[in-house]
Design a protein around this ligand. Structure first.
Ligand code: ADP
Length: 246
């Protein structure tokens, strides 16, 4: 059974037609990695999955929540879709004036209006999970970039999403901090989280992805297992892209 199903996603910014009919199926408990050149539409796909961008056409279904963007969905439907996924951004977007613990608690307490004591113990557990128990009372500026990203992951998990979305979560980090973030992501995958990840980390894709999609010019130019797409690409534009990375 697929957790996520996307059909016919289209999006234009003015006369820049960025997504030209994206279809995507993500089975429950699997990891999908989106790769492709800068400007190919990867981030726009990801942001469309939780309606940070509103596509012009197409449908997005996460679990039993289905939104038909072609039919111009109302606010209530969009809010419902948004609640299904947790997003980790390129830079963490933590609240600077809140402690690490309060950052993780913010979504469940303020948006979901859940009881503070319960949320607090869950948030502490999430911080333990990302290896940051001892940082709970510190503030974002006291953490390294890698630690901040791990708080960002804990914060996204705190709303209990069905699906985790990662938008180049390591690309703003110093090289020595990339590994600790990828390790947390690998742990989540091993725990059975369903994930969609935009990344240039090909080693991560090889080790963790169940499927890889190569986007180019707003279409999925090639898709398959990591072995198919990364090691034996059929399309010339995939070959050229991978060649440029090495
Ligand atoms: P990628 O993630 O593959 O680099 P993006 O999805 O970020 O690609 O961008 C695809 C295209 O959409 C680019 O040409 C980019 O300039 C444009 N774009 C993305 N977001 C916006 C926006 N909010 N307003 C206008 N153009 C945008």
């Amino acid at each position: 059974m697929s957790l996520l199903e996307v059909t016919g996603l289209n999006k234009a910014f003015g006369d820049n037609h960025v997504l030209r009919g994206i279809d995507l199926t993500v089975p429950t408990g699997s990891v999908t990695v989106l790769i492709g050149p800068s400007g190919s539409g990867k981030t726009t796909v990801l942001r469309s999955l939780n309606a940070l961008e509103i596509p012009d056409a197409g449908t997005v279904r996460i679990g039993d929540v289905s939104v038909d963007f072609t039919a111009k969905p109302d606010r209530r439907q969009i809010t419902k879709l948004r609640a299904q996924s947790g997003m980790v951004f390129q830079s963490h977007n933590l609240f600077p004036h809140l402690s690490v613990l309060r950052n993780v608690m913010e979504g469940p307490v303020v948006v979901q209006r859940r009881p503070v004591a319960e949320v607090r113990s869950e948030a502490l557990e999430l911080l333990r999970r990302v290896g940051l128990s001892e940082k709970a009372e510190q503030y974002p500026h006291q953490l390294s970039g890698g630690q901040q990203q791990r708080v960002g992951i804990a914060r996204a998990l705190a709303i209990k999403p069905r699906l985790m979305l990662f938008d180049e979560p390591t690309s703003a980090l110093d090289p020595e901090l990339v590994g600790e973030v990828l390790t947390v992501m690998k742990d989540l995958a091993a725990d059975g989280w369903t994930m969609v990840v935009v990344t240039h980390e090909m080693r991560f894709a090889r080790q963790v992805a169940d499927q890889v999609l190569f986007l180019d010019g707003g279409v999925v130019a090639e898709r398959g297992t990591p072995a198919e797409v990364l090691d034996h690409p059929r399309e010339e534009r995939t070959q050229r892209f991978l060649h440029r990375l090495t």
